[in-house]
Write a protein that binds this ligand. Structure first.
Ligand code: ACM
Length: 474
């Protein structure tokens, strides 16, 4: 028998002496959704008489199936073409409700088929959120019928900078190769349905009011210098070209969001809010007038006002606003879920301010960071997050009170794709760090890194079977 290798490990697993002999462990197992378990909870009981999977909901039954499939891989051949399955008992439920991965398809467009494989690998790890970063300075990836130029113009850039961008860099070498692509509404509905069938919610992000250069290139009237024709940005970093704060722009964004809500049934909608410079608002007569009308002290405060205006569309539809941690500093609605990315400490600040928080700190779960020696690894944005560091990640900051800890609703890893041109590069950066991340998101018992590696080695074959690339273990 090969050893049992379940990733992420269930909260409780006991293995007994003996075997269940069966022709087909999957077909012969009994399954039930029951009322005496919590909606996320499931059990697996394998006795000499058979296997029984019970769960508190259809979603939890899916978790049971995923765990069970990994468990029965350790069966041995028996007489008459049957197999001998180890007797085991699993009691399991996730520690967190939000167990996510963010995929940036704006910096580099990723084909729909690959997005479906990403959903498969999330399901394999009993993760339940795909945060889809659909728009940024370098590309707009979602079809919006009211504003066709968002994809006709905004989804394409003429060329892309080559090599690593350094701080303050102004001059670049370019590859001379056009890049782009977008998802039609049908593509997105297919992705949403495929994810839903696997218990995964697709949370779309329309990043605003910064990170909007692609949209402004398509519709210059959205910018603070409508007389300037911008290009879809061809290099990385933070653009000063942010949305203006005119009524017409608020209405434009609301129309976009109504179409987005129609595609994505997610109860959560991400409106970005990160890295929004206010230099253009400080220089703009119209923004200054708006600031004075609203009685705001600083141009940066216009961000909170703008977000609150467009978030009305979410409230009308009963959806919940999610934003990056800068939003805490911009007077955002109190019921906004905050995604702490700049540091774990930003998550503490958000929880202390009473927000629900998804922990996504760059120092632990930014998978665009290096995972080994930069001299031998593919070009990456910086940092260093080897596999073991992900395994050691503690989601909940220790400094919080019990009441504040209860506001940490989950965690999420990030794939920003400035330095990942396609599926092969994404697979290399994501996997198997995602496997270690899934252990922390699920709340698997932390036995030791070596124990994790012993389960991970056979698990890599499951990742390979999905056709995904991964970084081989050292
Ligand atoms: C971010 O990394 N700008 C959220």
């Amino acid at each position: 028998m090969s050893d049992i290798a379940i990733v992420p490990a269930p909260r409780q697993l006991t293995v007994d002496e003996g075997r269940w002999i069966t022709a087909d462990p999957v077909a012969d197992a009994v399954r039930d959704v029951v009322e005496n378990l919590d909606p996320n909870e499931y059990r697996i009981d394998i006795s000499a008489d058979g296997a029984r999977l019970t769960a508190g909901s259809e979603d939890a039954l899916r978790y049971a199936e995923t765990t069970y499939a990994q468990l029965v891989e350790s069966a041995e051949p028996a007489a008459d073409g049957k197999v001998a399955v180890p007797l085991a008992h699993v009691e399991d439920a996730p520690r967190f409700g939000w167990r996510g991965m963010m995929l940036d398809v704006a910096r580099h467009f990723m084909p729909k088929e690959f997005v479906l494989r990403i959903i498969d690998v999330l399901a394999l790890h009993r993760l339940n959120v795909l945060h889809f970063h659909l728009t940024d300075d370098q590309g707009w990836r979602v079809e919006i019928e009211a504003y066709p130029r968002l994809t006709e113009v905004g989804a394409w850039r003429a060329e892309t900078m080559v090599g690593k961008m350094s701080h303050g860099q102004q001059e670049f070498e370019y590859d001379g190769t056009p890049h782009g692509g977008f998802y039609t509404k049908d593509d997105l509905r297919e992705i949403v349905a495929y994810a839903a069938d696997r218990g995964i919610t697709v949370v779309p992000e329309i990043d605003l009011p910064g990170h909007m250069q692609a949209a402004i290139a398509a519709y210059p009237e959205l910018g603070n210098h409508p007389d300037r024709q911008l290009t879809v940005r061809q290099y990385w970093g933070i653009s000063d070209d942010v949305l203006n704060v005119n009524d017409a722009t608020v209405e434009f964004v609301k129309t976009v969001l109504r179409e987005v809500l129609e595609i994505f049934p997610s109860p959560y909608i991400h409106l970005g809010g990160d890295e929004c410079p206010s230099v253009q608002w400080a220089e703009s007569e119209a923004a200054q007038k708006r600031q004075a009308e609203l009685g705001l002290d600083e141009p940066g405060q216009l961000q909170g006002w703008f977000t609150a205006q467009v978030a009305e569309v979410l409230a009308e539809e009963g959806r919940r606003l999610v934003g990056w941690d800068e939003m805490v500093e911009t007077d955002c609605p109190k019921d906004a879920v905050i995604m702490a990315w700049r540091s774990a400490q930003r998550g503490e600040v958000a929880a202390k301010a009473g927000h629900e928080v998804v922990m996504a700190p760059c120092e632990s779960v930014y998978f665009d960071y290096y995972q080994g020696d930069p001299a031998t690894e593919p070009l990456a944005i910086g940092g260093n997050i080897p596999l073991e560091k992900v395994y050691d990640f503690e989601v909940i900051p220790a400094a919080l009170s019990d009441q504040e800890k209860a506001l940490i609703v989950g965690t999420q890893c990030q794939i920003w794709t400035e330095y990942m041109e396609g599926p092969e590069q994404v697979g290399y950066m994501l996997l198997p760090r995602l496997s270690a991340f899934a252990e922390r998101a699920w709340g698997s018992p932390k036995v030791s890194y070596d124990e994790f590696l012993a389960r991970l080695r056979p698990h890599l074959a499951r990742i390979e079977a999905l056709g995904l690339n991964y970084r081989p273990l050292d």
